[in-house]
Design a protein around this ligand. Structure first.
Ligand SMILES: Nc1nc2c(ncn2[C@@H]2O[C@H](COP(=O)(O)OP(=O)(O)O)[C@@H](O)[C@H]2O)c(=O)[nH]1
Ligand SMILES: [Mg+2]
Length: 373
């Protein structure tokens, strides 16, 4: 049921073309920025053509795609630029914007100190093709402004020039910690369409995403679920709460968790949903919704189904979502913007609910008092 409900979540994807010569730090950058790059897209496998998308085809669950190329060696870069543009053109013909390339990262090693013909070519031609270009200076030293200024001057088309250090860098003076990826996240997020920005929030390394953006995305998921529940409420009951409402609420819980950067697989999603549902069900005393919520819990049995209306279904779904968001937000905040483990949520939600469950209790009361429709 969870799987089915997830099918109905909004489809969001961001396409990133990562361009630059071999050895400039493209792979290092992608792997630091998108922790799921290898597992989720197969990125890093040897490419068979000049330019190739990872994954090759997008499905409903794909949150990001990366265009990888052979590398732009100075002597024969034209062919690779041509191939990359072709790959972008092809995908951007799709009517679904989720298929598109939305942004290009032009990767230059800061230490090279040189802007090449290939860089200029990429910056102009991708910009002309409607793909914003961000120049990323890798293995950067935090306060070396000179090269940055030169890149800005020589590549006036680019949206921004962002120095980054993707992984710790050892120097004689000690280690330079990673920096700049959060700036790259911010500029990228502002340069792509809103739906792709949401996909970025979900797929970029959680530490790069400001907690307020996580909250915004979680709010959208609650809104989505409340709207879906409202629509579901108009379908004849009792089928509605078991088959429609419960999966909506379950996938809402999973997608709020993902918005806050939690890694949720099949098993942990069941544990999460149960952890939220049990305390809610325990306080909701016999309303029609209890029947719906109790079905979250394996073996809890079913109550005789009475009808609930769309408004009610929407109100309770929204209330559950808001309380869970409050809970996760607090945990993340207390933990330096790091997502909690599923086990921590399972252990601590009950306690939190005792203090803050009034929001849900209110919603449940209005159901109990509402005339049955
Ligand atoms: N410290 C540090 N090393 C980097 C950075 N980017 C790349 N490197 C190193 O540079 C080398 C080449 O990087 P790689 O990602 O394989 O380049 P690619 O050929 O463009 O994919 C690797 O040894 C990386 O560890 C960076 O931002 N910081
Ligand atoms: Mg590479």
């Amino acid at each position: 049921m969870l799987e089915k409900a997830k099918e109905r979540l909004p489809v969001e994807c961001v396409g990133v073309a990562v361009l630059g010569s071999t050895g400039t730090g493209k792979s290092t950058l992608v792997n630091a920025f998108f922790p799921g790059a290898k597992a989720k897209t197969g990125y890093g496998a040897p490419i068979t053509q000049e330019a190739e998308w990872f994954p090759k085809k997008r499905d409903k669950h794909t949150r990001f795609r990366i265009l990888d190329t052979r590398g732009f060696e100075e002597k024969d870069y034209e062919e690779t630029v041509e191939a990359a543009l072709e790959a972008v053109d092809e995908t951007n013909e799709s009517e679904d914007r989720n298929d598109h390339a939305h942004i290009a990262w032009l990767v230059i090693k800061e230490g090279s100190g040189r802007v090449q013909d290939s860089h200029k070519d990429i910056a102009t031609r991708f910009t002309e093709a409607g793909i914003p270009v961000i120049a990323v200076l890798t293995e950067a030293i935090a306060d070396d402004e000179e090269f940055r200024g030169e890149v800005r001057k020589l590549l006036p088309e680019v949206k921004d020039v962002i120095p980054v250090n993707s992984i710790p860098k050892g120097t004689r003076a000690g280690s330079i910690e990673p920096f700049g990826l959060d700036t790259l996240y911010g500029v990228t997020s502002r340069s792509v369409p809103p739906r792709s920005a949401h996909a970025l929030t979900e797929s970029a390394d959680s530490s790069l995403v400001p907690i307020e953006e996580k909250r915004e995305l979680a709010k959208r998921r609650v809104k989505w679920a409340a709207a879906a529940a409202a629509a579901a409420g108009t379908i004849p009951i009792p089928i509605v709460d078991a088959v429609v409402l419960m999966p909506i609420q379950a996938s809402m819980i999973v997608s709020i968790s993902r918005a806050y950067g939690m890694k949720v697989d099949k098993e942990s999603s069941m544990a999460l949903v149960a952890a939220i549902a049990v305390p809610v069900a325990a306080t909701s005393g016999g309303s029609a919704l209890t029947a719906s919520i109790m079905k979250f819990v394996p073996g809890a049995g079913t109550l005789a189904g009475s009808a609930i209306g769309g408004t009610t279904a929407s109100a309770i779904t929204g209330a559950i979502g808001r309380v869970y968001m409050m809970f996760l937000h607090k945990l993340c905040e207390a933990n330096g913007n790091n997502p909690p483990q599923t086990s921590q949520v399972v252990r601590q939600f009950g306690e939190f609910y005792k203090e803050h469950g009034a929001i849900i209790a209110e919603a449940l009361k209005t159901i109990a008092e509402a005339p049955k429709k």
